[in-house]
Design a protein around this ligand. Structure first.
Ligand code: GMT
Length: 375
């Protein structure tokens, strides 16, 4: 098939999922056209059957807000026509679904161009429910020819909050378990923990919803019981506050702020435990990447996380903001080698058995085929 993919190309789970989906589809013989305003971070240009079409948004003194949604719609219609795309697949409803709908209408007299919208979380739970975006989000989801979302919990919320009548298919996020895998050598761990301290890792965009300050608090609590070092991968609005808190709690020398990372698969296997203390997480891709690397997560009982982590089996989930309980789980994992080995093994197994590319990508192919029947 010839598939157009649109996503946010910068750091964020939805863009990562969209990019990796495109790479996997191309590897399976499909032709994939990324239509985005920048090259998606995990996209290696030059791979077979992968094309990248940049969306240019021309500024003009009259435009206080350059109309990206319209520039994207124009580019989608052009790319679809010139490359004879079978469908568009947009990730994150706002504004990508509306652009796809416009592109579809622009081409309507010439050909049918169905589009599928994948909901990722904050497009529904935070941004979509904002008063100014609610009606357009609802409209664009209803107008999508196909709708998928990344957890049962997100489907429930989408139906409850937006009253969507159309079927919403749950397709869980996935991980390439050949790329994300344990590293028994863990050579580079010594760079961060020269005295053999255990390593905690957190990965996110450091937005308030991620509660990155909790990671610093958990480290400080954990260090009262056992030596540990925290790797903070990513960047965003709460980084400065996290650094300040680390100084305040006297643990700054035990935290490394790594900044944005393009190859998290090289960092995660260095860790013993992954921290995901989020306020909300519709899936929790970082935890899945950790599980695939044999790094159990201590996360929170929110959104779709309990669908990913089976509490007590392949990781732990505790209540949001309960630093004592989350630290207690971290300490258990760092001090009980038998527990850690068992959980690390189960985490890897869960990633391979439930969320591998071999299992999940065909579900998207089925959705595409159904969408294009009668094209
Ligand atoms: O978590 C973010 O702030 C980024 C956001 C996105 O859309 O890029 O992530 C959402 O999509 C990810 C990929 O499907 C999910 O793994 C995350 O759980 C989800 N984030 C939230 O629900 C907060």
């Amino acid at each position: 098939m010839k598939i157009g993919i649109t996503c946010y190309p910068t750091y964020g789970g939805s863009g990562i999922v969209a990019t990796e989906l495109g790479l996997e589809l191309a590897a399976r013989g499909h032709e994939v056209h990324f239509i985005t305003y920048a090259n998606p971070i995990r996209l290696d240009p030059g791979l077979p059957r992968i094309y990248y079409h940049e969306v240019e948004v021309t500024p003009y003194p009259l435009f206080q807000y350059p109309p990206y949604t319209l520039a994207l719609a124009s580019r989608m219609a052009e790319v679809a026509e010139w490359n004879k795309l079978d469908l568009l697949h947009v990730h994150y409803a706002i504004p990508h679904s509306i652009s796809a709908l416009l592109a579809q209408q622009m081409l309507a007299s010439k050909r049918r161009l169905p589009f599928i919208t994948t909901l990722h979380g904050t497009d529904i739970t935070l941004v979509g429910t904002d008063r100014s975006y609610f009606p357009i989000t609802q409209f664009s989801i209803e107008k999508s020819d196909g709708i998928t979302c990344i957890s049962e919990d997100l489907r429930r919320q989408t139906v409850e909050v937006f009253g969507i009548q159309k079927p919403i298919r749950v397709i869980y996020n996935f991980v390439n378990t050949d790329i994300y895998r344990p590293d028994p050598e863990r050579e580079r761990a010594r760079d961060y923990a020269p005295a053999g301290e255990k390593i905690l890792i957190h990965l996110s965009n450091f937005r308030p919803v991620k509660r990155v300050l909790d990671c610093v608090r958990i480290l400080a609590e954990t260090r009262k019981h056992t030596a540990a070092h925290l790797l903070m991968a990513g960047d965003g609005p709460d980084r400065f506050a996290a650094e300040s808190l680390a100084r305040e709690l006297g643990v700054m020398e035990h935290v490394t702020f790594l900044g944005k990372q393009n190859h998290v698969e090289r960092m995660i296997p260095l860790a013993d435990v992954l921290l995901m203390p989020s306020e909300m997480e519709s899936f929790g891709l970082a935890a899945l990447e950790g599980m695939a690397c044999g790094v159990p997560a201590v996360g929170t009982r929110v959104g779709g996380v309990p669908e990913l982590i089976t509490n007590g089996l392949d990781g732990f989930v505790e209540n949001v903001g309960d630093i004592a309980a989350q630290s207690q789980r971290v300490v258990e994992l760092l001090t009980d080698d038998t527990l850690h080995a068992r959980m690390a093994e189960r985490a890897r197994e869960s990633a391979c058995e439930r969320f591998s590319t071999d299992r999940i990508i065909p579900l998207y192919e089925v959705a595409y085929n159904e969408l294009c029947e009668g094209c």
